[in-house]
Design a protein around this ligand. Structure first.
Ligand SMILES: [Mn+2]
Length: 322
């Protein structure tokens, strides 16, 4: 489906509810805010509701203050639910329960595993980020980009491309960054807010997780695990997954890096996040376990013990390394 269907959907409707996936990161929040600002500039009513809180490193984005947390039985009046950066309708968590008959679901995403669950679907699996897609919308709808929109869009591309390093970075991504920079964007400050603002106690927590670093016999699979007791008492204020996996992939010879995390809120479930250096298709692996994502970054949730999940996942990765 084309961008025109999205524009038609925006033009035809008045009230929009915007959301993104659980464990919000830069692309989720940046896209939400940029999309929210685009709708406001078009004279629409818009509201952002997320299941999870905004982690501290993103609160420098002005409109994060306008984001509401999901509450059971909350009343929200809307025509269209906009899902950004969600590969399927389970990703936003409970916010999806707000959909009732007669509402339109608008699905804007760049995950290759997207299930096209909406009435209107715009999925570009070769876009670096959803922020890049929202930028295309600004251009197509001739909406002026201001400094706050530029910061939100830049945050989305910066985080989803691993600061313009990953394979999803295209010449278009750089052109977009170049144009955003014309708004006197404070790129160093944005970078520092997101990547160089880990608190001492969070860093201490990270060091504990790193001290339990493991690899498989071949050395090609790097494994991290977080047990439920470890996190129960502690409050983590930054994107733990991203930070851990980014360190894991620094290891020479690493083909795949996996984080297993026992879920505090859902006992008996293991969240698994993957990063690949290109050879292993981690979207295929995540998909096998009911999740998805991209070829080099993905995630899934496995019901079972940590031990079972590790055994199944590692053997699946090994199949691809043969
Ligand atoms: Mn994304």
């Amino acid at each position: 489906m084309s961008i025109q269907k999205v524009i038609d959907c925006i033009n035809r409707n008045k009230k929009f509810l915007i959301t993104s996936h659980q464990n919000l990161e830069g692309d989720a929040l940046g896209s939400e805010i940029a999309f929210y600002r685009l709708l406001k500039k078009k004279g629409k009513s818009a509201l952002i509701v997320n299941q999870d809180p905004t982690s501290e490193e993103y609160t420098f984005l002005k409109d994060t203050k306008a984001i509401s947390r999901y509450r059971p039985k909350m009343k929200v009046d809307f025509d269209v639910l906009v899902l950004l950066d969600c590969s399927d309708k389970s990703r936003p968590g409970k916010v999806y329960d707000l959909v009732s008959p007669g509402k339109t679901v608008l699905n804007i995403d760049h995950h290759i595993s997207n299930t096209k669950f909406g009435e209107v679907n715009w999925v570009l699996s070769d876009a670096s980020s959803v922020a890049e897609m929202v930028y295309r919308l600004y251009k197509a709808m001739r909406v002026k980009i201001d400094l706050d929109s530029a910061r939100a869009l830049y945050t989305g591309i910066l985080t989803d491309t691993g600061s313009f390093r990953y394979i999803n970075t295209s010449s278009f991504t750089h052109q977009m960054a170049a144009e955003l920079m014309k708004h006197k964007l404070d790129i160093l400050e944005i970078y520092r807010n997101i990547y160089e603002s880990v608190s001492y106690s969070d860093m201490f927590l990270l060091s504990k997780i790193f001290s339990r670093l493991e690899k498989d016999a071949s050395g090609k699979i790097i494994i991290f695990q977080i047990r439920i007791n470890f996190l129960r008492q502690k409050k983590v204020s930054f994107d733990l997954t991203e930070n851990i996996l980014n360190f894991g992939r620094l290891i020479r010879g690493c083909q795949a890096c996996v984080l297993f995390r026992e879920q505090v809120s859902k006992p008996g479930q293991i969240r698994v996040n993957f990063r690949s250096q290109g050879k292993v298709d981690v979207n295929r692996i995540a998909k096998f376990f009911g999740g998805g994502g991209h070829k080099t970054a993905s995630g899934c949730t496995i019901i079972g013990s940590l031990k079972q999940a590790r055994k199944m996942v590692v053997s699946k990765i090994k199949e691809q390394l043969k």
